[in-house]
Design a protein around this ligand. Sequence first.
Ligand code: FES
Length: 88
Amino acid sequence: MLPRSPEALPPPVQSGFSPMIVCHCNGVSDRAIRESVRKGARSHREVALACGAGRSCGGCRPVVADVIADESVERTLCLAAPALAAAS
Ligand code: FES
């Protein structure tokens, strides 16, 4: 069962793997980007302001976009869970 709000999501998986550096210009990991999205960043600009990813050459922006989309889907599913449960 999904949590009722994005804030109730568990922290990022600590699988034993090192965080993946997505933005090499600024040394920003996927985990830092996910955390920025969880705290409210919804665009490249907001992510860049929050954690620095994408502030330089912009080469990481496609991957940043993937991370934003991935976290947004998770957030949408959490927000929709109560309505889906009530409808079933
Ligand atoms: S790799 Fe992210 S701004 Fe250059």
